[in-house]
Design a protein around this ligand. Structure first.
Ligand code: TXE
Length: 490
């Protein structure tokens, strides 16, 4: 995707906004070119959504919330989501092919994302009629009920790394709770979200319950974040944009959940089951080319086994191939040229710091020349203060740092501004539990690593990783607020 708004290039595939139950071009007719990261070719165009489009979408959502959508019972909402889950699953291959072309993910990852999306709709669809409120004991003369009610119209700003999954966890929960929604997908990965929205329309979601406006972050995204008709915002992306979204939310005095990435550590003690750990340590950074908010991008290894683990991980790195998504590579290309340059820039800065690359994969021969591929790279030892240890690279770059004891492991693991996920590897149950409970991270894995997986598991950050929780039942609660009813009867 590039940032250039154009009205001239002949489209291969043309995608429009979806507002109030209808496909619509941008209000000014402008479009954005969509380039595939696989080979850099132009293959589609999307609407370059405007402030007017966002305003129309918010109004359509409000009409739905006050009307056909808001009138549905919880059970009816749930049934629609469950129907959508079934239809998404039936379209998993089609969605996977579209995603791999648009986003560059290996096909199997795209398919896994489509299945996870279906599962989000199933999970939240089956929860709608279990979202109970409370009754509070108060005066004998009063009945107090606390209802869980939707915020109203919710805005969802979605990034490009897991479009289907993040759409599922955020929009699925919001719809289940009864909100009407306006979604701004990332300009680099809008297509599957538009396709799933069309499927939602086909299964019977009322017009305006789910609206999608594509386009640039600084126009369509900013217009959505700052729209006074939005009652709650959900944002996943960079800390910098997260700040802008939070400022916009503050100006309208509405709540916002922010998921802003991480620099998650995997702590490997000298009694760890290494055979079990090794594939996971590598996969946790290689999955989705490292473009995963909860990627395990730092290894902390106890000094006595440091060299052995580094050698074993390096050996695996040397077998890794970045290649064409349809040819079962270990990873596909980066999402765009800017991301490719960003990752290569970090590696350059690492080299300037004098860091050593100990294991490097390859860009495979089948990787088309115009694509944005980066060879997976493992560096060790890397000091805790290094830029590669402290900043989110968002690419297939892994660093390893030694530690001496438990206290140091905890200090290093918690020693970045982020706090999204962590892993602890040890056969000593007391130690691993102790260390896991000392992690400043929203998800901690012991002798496993989920890289953010788990539809049912609350997910979100400490510190610069953001606030609020998505996924699981907690994610559903975020899309509600309460109304306390005080009824005097004596
Ligand atoms: O993110 P942005 P970018 C991190 C990762 C990556 C870096 C930059 O480190 O390298 O961020 O990626 C919309 N108002 N993550 O530039 O800008 C934008 O259109 C409102 C981690 O792609 O945050 C897109 O839909 N919205 C992350 C979304 O914000 C705006 C996933 C994310 O884009 C906007 C992605 C604005 N002013 C990147 N500007 C994670 N947590 O997983 C942009 N957007």
């Amino acid at each position: 995707m590039n940032d250039q708004v154009s009205a001239t290039v002949a489209p291969n595939m043309m995608f429009q906004n979806f507002i109030g139950g209808r496909n619509r071009p941008a209000s000014d007719g402008m479009t954005l070119d969509v380039f595939s990261p696989v080979d850099g070719t132009l293959f589609a165009r999307i609407a370059s959504g405007t402030m007017q489009d966002i305003d129309d979408a918010v109004k359509a959502a409000r009409t739905a919330f006050d009307g056909a959508w808001g009138r549905l019972t919880a059970t009816e909402r749930g049934r629609l989501l469950m129907k959508l889950a079934t239809v998404v699953e039936a379209h998993a291959d089609e969605l996977a092919a579209l995603e791999s072309r648009d986003n560059g993910k290996p096909l199997r990852q795209s398919r896994a994302d489509a299945i996870a999306l279906a599962r989000y709709f199933e999970f939240y669809g089956s929860a709608t009629d279990k979202l109970h409120g409370d009754v509070i004991p108060y005066l004998n003369t009063h009945f107090i009920g606390v209802e869980r009610v939707p915020h109203g119209v919710t805005g969802h700003i979605v990034p490009w790394n897991y479009p289907m999954q993040i759409f599922g966890r955020s929009v699925g929960a919001a719809l289940a709770a009864g909100n009407a929604t306006v979604v701004k997908p990332a300009e680099d990965a809008s297509l599957t979200i538009l396709r799933v929205t069309a499927l939602a329309h086909e299964v019977g979601f009322p017009d305006g319950a789910l609206n999608v406006v594509t386009g640039l972050g600084r126009t369509a995204g900013a217009a959505l974040a700052g729209h006074p008709g939005i009652d709650f915002l959900s944002f996943t992306g960079s800390p910098e944009t997260g700040t802008a979204v939070q400022v916009a939310a503050a100006q309208n005095h509405v709540g916002v959940t922010l998921e802003l990435g991480g620099k998650s550590a995997q702590v490997v003690f000298d009694d760890a089951d290494l055979e079990r750990a090794l594939p996971t340590l590598v996969n946790a950074i290689i999955q989705n080319g490292g473009q995963t908010c909860s990627a395990g991008s730092r290894l902390l290894i106890q000094r006595g086994i440091f060299q052995d683990v580094v050698d074993a991980v390096s050996e695996r790195f040397r077998t890794l191939r970045a290649g064409h998504p349809e040819h079962e590579p270990d990873l596909g290309p980066m999402i765009n040229q800017a991301q490719q340059r960003r990752v290569l820039g970090y590696l350059e800065r690492g080299r300037n710091e004098g860091l050593t690359v100990v294991g490097e994969g390859v860009v495979a021969l089948d990787a088309p020349p115009g694509g944005y591929y980066v060879a997976p790279t493992f560096l060790a030892p890397v000091p805790h203060e290094s830029i590669l240890t402290q900043e989110e690279v968002f690419g297939p770059v892994l660093v390893a740092t030694p530690f001496d004891d438990e206290a140091e492991a905890i200090r290093l693991a918690n020693g970045t501004q982020y706090g999204l996920a962590a892993g602890v590897w040890s056969r000593d149950g007391m130690r691993s539990t102790r260390v896991a409970r000392a992690m400043r991270a929203g998800q901690v894995f012991v002798n496993c690593y989920g890289a953010g997986g788990g539809i049912e598991l609350p997910f979100g950050g400490f510190g610069r990783s953001g606030h609020g929780r998505e996924k699981g039942f907690e994610g559903l609660i975020e899309f509600t607020t309460t109304r306390t009813l005080v009824i005097a009867h004596g």
